[in-house]
Design a protein around this ligand. Structure first.
Ligand code: AP5
Length: 214
């Protein structure tokens, strides 16, 4: 199964993708995570992407579609894919269609997490992740069970993203409204879009997604 999780920054795409990975053994293809890894490693792509990401703008379509193609090639043909944060523009949606068709894959569902934008700044500025395994947490909504220790791997170091500040979040939301939301009608015409209330409790959102993917 191949699914897209769509929604503005902080909608819960990464949170829900991690849960699908744990429950169904699917692969999470997060262009944001891939770009952050490239920035950290100082690769040519990372050097190009760093300043763009810090401003909250979109990295070029060619770069992100290129890395998604590489990731799809590295996956087993039977593994399901969860596209998290990709596609984000019409050009990326067209590239994904070709990338999937070339590999004999089809897109099964586009799940849009609908959220109240006012709540997103609080979600994003309170977010942190385990520096070892990447599990996501939140100051208010999801603390580690044992304070200072990751539930998943026992790690004790945590990190926050440089673009998770209120000013950059506003730019990221504007980019979503201007460039990403307009791709929904394309998928609606194919009859594969489901809208889910992303403001519900995390477990409720997961249950709704499970209903969609069966
Ligand atoms: P990316 O990493 O994709 O960031 P984003 O889309 O802005 O999304 P986020 O990761 O911020 O949010 P999320 O929806 O995953 O929310 P999360 O689950 O963490 O992209 C970063 C940058 O990279 C972009 O700005 C761009 O520059 C570049 N980029 C990436 N992909 C690109 C592409 N395809 N093209 C061009 N450029 C690209 O949840 C947020 C917080 O809320 C968490 O702390 C979580 O615990 C909490 N939370 C989640 N769900 C709930 C809930 N139901 N109730 C309460 N709290 C919740």
């Amino acid at each position: 199964m191949n699914i897209i999780l769509l929604g503005p920054p902080g909608a819960g795409k990464g949170t829900q993708a991690q849960r699908l990975v744990e429950r169904h053994g699917m692969r999470q293809l997060s262009t944001g995570d891939m770009l952050r890894a490239a920035v950290k490693a100082g690769t040519p792509i990372g050097l190009q992407a760093k300043a763009v990401m810090e401003r909250g703008e979109l990295v070029s379509d060619e770069i992100v579609s290129g890395i998604i193609g590489e990731e799809l090639d590295a996956m087993g043909p039977d593994a399901g894919a969860i596209f998290d944060g990709y596609p984000r523009t019409e050009a990326q949606a067209m590239s994904l269609e070709k990338l999937l068709a070339d590999r004999g894959r089809t897109l099964d569902h586009v799940i849009e997490l609908e959220v109240d934008e006012d709540a997103l700044v609080e979600r994003i500025t309170g977010r942190f992740t385990c520096a070892t395994c990447g599990k996501g947490y939140h100051d208010k909504f999801e603390q580690p069970k044992l304070p200072g220790t990751c539930d998943k791997c026992g790690g004790t170091e945590f990190k926050r993203r440089p673009d998770d500040n209120a000013e950059t979040v506003r730019t990221r939301m504007a980019e979503y409204r201007a460039k990403t939301a307009p791709i929904l009608p394309y998928y609606e015409a194919k009859g594969i879009v489901t809208r889910i209330n992303g403001m519900a409790e995390m477990d409720e959102v997961t249950a709704e997604i499970e209903k969609v993917i069966g």
